[in-house]
Write a protein that binds this ligand. Structure first.
Ligand code: C5P
Length: 232
């Protein structure tokens, strides 16, 4: 089976504020999306990388630049949806229809947030290595280290952190399994949720703090530190 990367990048990044969607903000003079795409383009196991943007996206051509856009192993699909799940599902369909690729039902797809520019080829290789023989698939995730509180109904309780993990991406599943799980799932914020809802058990592989998702303005400085190589 081959390995494909699918990068949903069709969000508007409302929690970041500002007019430019967060995946197009620059870190060390390079757009976040380019950092993210580069991690896959520099991973030899990845057969093809596809980015999903919205139909009206006006940034992607500048953000990726000619040297990336000219590559035969990179595609940009303008089929983003209203939710991340829809963007991923539409991207999976577009992958299937890409001439010459002939994606097989049991090929692996690594879905990765555009807004995680700290991903490295080493982390991708670690995920692939640990999941390639797994029956279901898996994802990068981090064990929870803080004490977790639940605030609800006027009370505060402490949730035991044993067994709690924070999901990262990439999330890696076989093409057909992932399509079917997403079709059957209600609204989910990651692929693994859809897999779990289908009664399957994904493998959690320890990720890294540098693979943070840029969500709030304060995340930018930290992401900057990681991509500039000063802190890994
Ligand atoms: O908003 P959030 O940070 O959870 O988004 C995660 C990823 O999903 C981002 O890379 C974002 O661009 C993408 N996304 C998308 N289509 C949407 C919403 C989010 O591709 N409708």
């Amino acid at each position: 089976a081959r390995y494909f990367a699918l990068i949903p990048a069709a969000g508007v990044g409302s929690r970041m504020g500002g007019a430019t969607p967060k995946q197009y903000l620059s870190l060390s003079g390079v757009p976040i999306l380019q950092h993210t795409v580069d991690a896959f383009l520099n991973t030899p196991q990845i057969a093809h990388t596809a980015v999903v943007v919205s139909a009206e996206d006006g940034y992607v051509d500048d953000a990726l630049g000619v040297s990336s856009l000219a590559r035969a192993d990179l595609s940009v699909f303008r089929c983003g949806g209203d939710t991340r799940k829809e963007s991923v599902r539409n991207g999976l369909e577009a992958l299937k229809n890409l001439p010459g690729l002939e994606i097989a039902e049991d090929d692996w797809v690594l879905v990765h947030d555009a807004a995680r520019p700290g991903l490295t080829p080493a982390l991708i290789a670690k995920l692939i290595q640990q999941v390639a023989d797994h029956a279901v698939g898996g994802l990068l995730a981090l064990p929870v280290v803080d004490t977790v509180k639940r605030v609800a109904g006027g009370t505060v309780t402490t949730v035991p952190r044993d067994g709690l993990w924070l999901a990262q991406t990439p999330q890696m599943f076989r093409y057909r399994v992932l399509c079917d799980a997403l079709d059957a799932a209600s609204e989910v914020t990651d692929e693994a949720s859809a897999i779990e809802a289908a009664g399957l058990v994904p493998l959690l592989v320890e990720g890294h703090a540098r693979n943070l998702k840029v969500t709030l303005p304060s995340d930018l400085a930290l992401a900057q530190l990681y991509v500039s190589g000063q802190n890994d």
